[in-house]
Design a protein around this ligand. Structure first.
Ligand SMILES: [Zn+2]
Length: 312
């Protein structure tokens, strides 16, 4: 019998929920805008409401996996004031998330960082299948990172996740203010949201990342230059990540990954240059593979299910 898991994927703007089989197949799903503007309680009410609807339909489900933007503690099931969960009502602070949901949904709840869930999914049934050293970058509201080394999900000290999006690559760059409050984080250059903010300043009008992508496809010189710079910053970030984790493949996911034809070829060229900068080196370093997820934004849901099933 197919074992099923109810999965949630909670990001900076959207909430996805779905039922995932133990083969990594999404059997059904729903996506709604997360009600962040109405505060923490409203979003939790949304999750509980959608969860109850699914659990009524699939009575045999006894485990729920949640992938959420971080930082969070996956072992204790606690959200640690996620960087991009903000509204006029303020930040979320520390939330005992799994305890809270267990009481409301009456099921076992397992929490995982969304980027960690995404790389678990890619390694299980996606682009990183067959690669035991892989890293994912989620390009959306923020820049999430998840890493698999030697076939295992990398957790850093105290079981937390890599927060490599907040690696500072542009020290004191006043044009690159990150959501975390620092200047020059990789996220400040590479998340879709902050790329749009930086590029809007150059264009002289407020544009979304999608609108800037359309402008670049129409050969708007400012938008094209912005993507060139984006590719350069991406190569710098990847070079740093490569030096730390030595992945064979980088997988890109999240809404802004759709713009990858505008930056991936140049990122690959620049990364190859950075990895072969020494004239003394006799052997050329082959840059790792760069590819876009083929899981259609379901990686969070699939990975949350994988984590839930394998955490027994
Ligand atoms: Zn930051």
């Amino acid at each position: 019998m197919t074992q099923k898991v109810l999965s949630f994927d909670l990001g900076g703007t959207k909430l996805a929920a779905g039922v995932v089989s133990n083969q990594g197949k999404v059997l059904c799903e729903t996506r709604v805008p997360a009600e962040f503007s109405r505060g923490k309680e409203a979003v939790i009410r949304q999750i509980v409401g959608i969860g109850k609807t699914f659990l009524k339909r699939f009575e045999d489900i006894n485990t729920v996996g949640v992938a959420s933007a971080g930082p969070l503690d996956p072992i204790k099931g606690v959200l640690l004031d996620p960087t991009n969960f903000v509204s006029k009502k303020g930040r979320w602070g520390r939330v005992n998330f799994t305890d809270l949901l267990e009481k409301k949904l009456n099921r076992r709840i397992l929490l995982e960082n969304d980027a960690a869930a995404a790389i678990l999914a890619e390694h299980w049934v996606g682009a990183a299948r067959g690669y035991d050293n892989a890293m994912i970058l989620t390009l959306g509201t923020g820049l999430g990172t998840g890493v698999i080394c030697n076939g295992k999900l990398v957790r850093v000290g105290s079981y937390l996740h890599t927060e490599a999006g907040h690696m500072i690559i542009g020290h004191n760059d006043r044009s690159a203010l990150c959501g975390c409050g620092n200047l020059g984080c990789a996220e400040a250059y590479l998340s879709g949201k902050l790329f749009a903010k930086r590029t809007s300043a150059l264009l002289g009008s407020e544009k979304t990342a999608d609108e800037i992508t359309t402008l670049a496809k129409r050969k708007n010189p400012i938008a094209l230059k912005a993507f060139d710079e984006y590719a350069d910053w991406m190569a710098v970030a990847l070079c740093n990540f490569y030096r730390i984790f030595n992945p064979e493949i980088f997988v890109f996911t999240g809404g802004f990954a759709a713009a990858s034809p505008l930056f991936l070829p140049q990122t690959h060229r620049k990364l190859t240059q950075l990895l072969n900068s020494s004239p003394a080196t006799k052997t050329r370093v082959k840059a790792p593979r760069l590819c876009v997820s083929a899981l259609n934004n379901d990686a969070g849901l699939i990975g949350a299910a994988y984590h839930a099933v394998h955490s027994r």
